[in-house]
Design a protein around this ligand. Structure first.
Ligand code: PLP
Length: 406
């Protein structure tokens, strides 16, 4: 009954329909796709080497690996603790890390251990998985004519509030935050995130913090982890992904941090440790990430792996700079793209997201993503991504510069 409440994924099917119709009518047009959320550069050579070695290990009875620990191999967990946390002054225990097949699964599945009566807050615009997975669990209520679910609390993020959501005006139990943000590419500073942690502690709410784009952060007052914030271990789980950090979109690996300090009341009033519940959930429903893939993830933290992944991220970030500055040079207003691979373009006065999408497709053959597809507050914006090739990114900006938005 909950699943059938979900509307179809109109955003990406509508984009595909429009693009296909355009291609049939103009087979000669050389389309450039700046809408994609997938990486295009190959895996770091250090991970490829590690996988070759791991394959050979599996070929020998003496080094073969079958089922591994559901929570992940210790070699990867130790690398995560050292490089993603200890180096930033955050101490976590090995049993607080759960290696997974990516942040989509874990952000979507984490609700398994949380009450279906909980009130959920999401930022608007938003990564759709947070909403859809709560619809499936029955927490979202009914879809209304304005495109919002009646039991969700929406926290608008627009240019007017500098993409900083206001604290909820009504009591909520679960709060999804994603920084650097998909789709807006904007961030919260440490001081801004502290307000959320303080709010969650005061209201006994759980923050589900998605740090999938953490590797793109370059500004010093932007936290890489919510655990850099005082009190966060008592109110936040954190999701990580190697997808955009190291090109693992097809390999599939990430991890979730569930600190032991996270203790919430059950309906019967008992204190319950989320770490224990998540461990129980994973041991029942998940059989671990392949050994080969975990070796590839471990290699991301080696000196060569680190250098190689930084080079790829720098490549995408240079694309983001080209897009951002190119659009600004013709008087357009853009956000994001500094600590993130996403650029959030404000549509010129009086234009909707889809009108700007159509203009870019028809006049300069560029595919983008209309902001309204990420939620009502995305109306009037467009998402561009920096995951294309340098050549196409440069070409796209030159084409956009030929347009007149007067
Ligand atoms: N979280 C956010 C905010 C994303 O944008 C994405 C991918 O686009 C994911 C999670 C999914 O990451 P993964 O590939 O690790 O499942």
């Amino acid at each position: 009954d909950n699943f059938i409440k979900l509307p179809g994924n109109y955003l990406f099917s509508s984009i595909a329909k429009k693009v296909n119709a355009f291609k049939s009518a103009h087979p000669e047009a050389a389309l450039i796709r700046l809408g994609i959320g997938d990486v295009t550069r190959p895996l770091p050579p250090a991970s490829i080497k590690a996988m070759h070695r791991a394959v050979d290990e599996l070929a020998d009875a003496g080094t073969f690996h079958g089922y591994g620990p559901e929570q992940g191999y210790d070699f990867l967990i130790q690398a995560i603790l050292e490089h993603d946390y200890r180096s930033r002054g955050v101490e976590l225990r090995p049993t607080e890390i759960f290696v997974s097949d990516g942040a989509k699964s874990d952000t979507g599945n984490f609700g398994d251990i949380l009450g279906t009566g909980n009130k959920v807050a999401v930022t608007d615009p938003v990564y759709p998985v947070y909403i859809d997975s709560n619809v499936m669990a029955g927490r979202a209520g009914e879809l209304q004519a304005n495109g919002q679910w009646n039991r969700l609390t929406y926290l608008p993020c627009t240019a007017e509030n500098h993409f900083i959501p206001s604290l909820p005006q009504e009591p909520v139990d679960m709060i999804y935050l994603c920084y650097p943000n998909n789709p807006t590419g904007t961030t919260l500073t440490k001081a801004e995130l502290q307000k959320w942690v303080d709010y969650a502690l005061a209201h006994k709410a759980l923050i589900l913090y998605d740090a999938a784009y953490e590797a793109y952060i370059c500004e010093s007052d932007v936290p890489h982890s919510i655990y850099e914030i005082e009190g966060a271990k008592k109110c936040a789980v954190e999701f990580h992904s190697y997808s955009k950090t190291a090109g693992f979109t097809g390999l599939r690996c990430g991890y979730t941090v569930v600190p032991k300090e996270l203790v919430f009341k059950s309906k019967r009033g008992e204190d319950v440790q989320l770490n224990q519940l998540w461990n129980r959930r994973q041991c029942t429903k998940f059989n671990g990430v392949p050994y080969i893939i975990q070796r590839a993830a471990e290699a991301v933290y080696s000196p060569e792996g680190f250098k190689q992944t930084r080079e790829d991220i720098a490549y995408y970030k240079e694309n983001a700079r080209i897009i951002r500055e190119g659009l600004e040079s013709i008087g357009l207003t853009v956000f994001g793209g500094v600590d993130a691979p996403y650029i959030w373009l404000k549509a010129p006065e009086g234009m909707t997201s889809w009108e700007l999408f159509d203009l870019l497709l028809e006049k300069v053959n560029i595919v983008s993503t209309p902001g309204s597809g990420f939620g009502p507050s995305g109306e009037g914006y467009l998402r561009l991504t920096s995951f294309g090739s340098r050549e196409n990114t440069l070409r796209a900006i030159e084409r956009i510069k030929t347009l007149s938005f007067k």
